[in-house]
Write a protein that binds this ligand. Structure first.
Ligand code: GYE
Length: 316
């Protein structure tokens, strides 16, 4: 009888596919949307048990999170790498343990046989788009540019810098006055902008923020100093991410151009995992597409002009 009743018992947790997600942290609205998206997609209803670790932008904590996933023998490990460097050893450990690894969102500097798949955005292209748009917008006007970069060593910062600099290098009358990290946070953006204003007040006409939260901080700093920006201001403001609030500022004409980076990636990652589960062939790399948005009154071959409808369609 004991055996029978055990056999009749429904199986719960054992059936779920376990996925460990070593998430960067909670530095930005983009990140919050990305975390929410994973929690929605990798639900128990969908057959998953998601162990999402917020690594608080701490590289050592992230390596530890991955090692914990290995020791728990998770079915799959997903990593959004804080830093692009330093992954070889732990990836080898995951491979030795036979656990498939998917790198998501950002890129790493490691041989591609150390991980199974990559899903993310092309941040170098995002930087090129920002540069191309600025060239189109300014025509032959001079550009004196200040850049608030993302977190040091993060591929999203490295790529956006590289792409933008590539275009800047083609313009003799563009000068990058300074470029400092605001760590992808609003507080960081504000702090860097305050120090830029002290050093360069009256000398700059373009500010590039490598994410929306930094742009919010930079706007606060410029407001406090009485510096005007956006379509009616003295400073052209470029941002990245195109989250809901970023696009609201773009619609309001405060941000001139917001280059999208799509945080909604969990469905694609789940698709890859499903193929792995089924033993089917899967894509080694999947690029999540981005576009760019500009304030009303600006027409661009590189970007969509903001309207109320575009904003209404943006959930994150
Ligand atoms: O742009 C930023 C976030 O890795 C693409 O990280 C992502 C970046 C995103 O914190 O807001």
């Amino acid at each position: 009888a004991a055996t029978l009743s055990m056999m009749a018992m429904p199986v719960y947790a054992d059936d779920l596919v376990t996925v460990g997600y070593a998430q960067v942290g909670h530095e930005s609205d983009w990140r919050t949307a990305n975390t929410q998206n994973y929690q929605d997609v990798f639900s128990e209803d969908a057959g998953y048990s998601l162990d999402l670790v917020d690594c608080d932008n701490d590289n050592a904590a992230q390596l530890e999170a991955v090692r914990t996933f290995i020791s728990k023998d998770m079915d799959y490990i997903v990593i959004a790498p804080i830093q692009s460097a330093g992954w070889d050893t732990v990836l080898q450990e995951a491979q030795d343990a036979g656990i498939p690894v998917i790198i998501a969102d950002r890129e790493i500097e490691a041989s591609d046989d150390l991980y199974d798949a990559w899903v993310g955005t092309n941040t170098t292209n995002e930087g090129i788009t920002a540069g191309n748009w600025l060239a189109e917008y300014l025509g032959d006007k001079d550009a004196n540019i200040l850049v608030i970069e993302g977190s040091v060593g993060a591929s999203a910062a490295l790529g956006r810098t590289e792409g933008f600099n590539q275009v800047a290098g083609e313009h003799d009358n563009w000068k990058i006055l300074d470029s400092q990290s605001g760590d992808f946070t609003q507080a960081g953006g504000q702090e860097v902008m305050e120090s830029f204003i002290k050093s360069y007040e009256g000398q700059f006409n373009v500010v590039v923020c490598q994410n929306d939260n930094e742009a919010y901080g930079a706007m606060d700093a410029m407001d406090a100093a009485g510096i005007t920006y956006g379509v009616d201001g003295d400073v052209t403001l470029i941002s990245f991410d195109a989250t809901h609030d970023g696009l609201q500022y773009t619609l309001d004409g405060k941000i001139n151009c917001d280059v999208e980076c799509n945080p909604i990636q969990a469905e694609v990652v789940k698709g890859v995992i499903e193929k792995m589960q089924a033993g089917e062939e899967f894509e080694k790399t999947t690029l999540v597409e981005d576009q760019a948005f500009v304030a009303p009154g600006i027409e661009s071959e590189y970007a969509t002009t903001m309207t109320d409808e575009v904003l209404a369609g943006r959930a994150y």
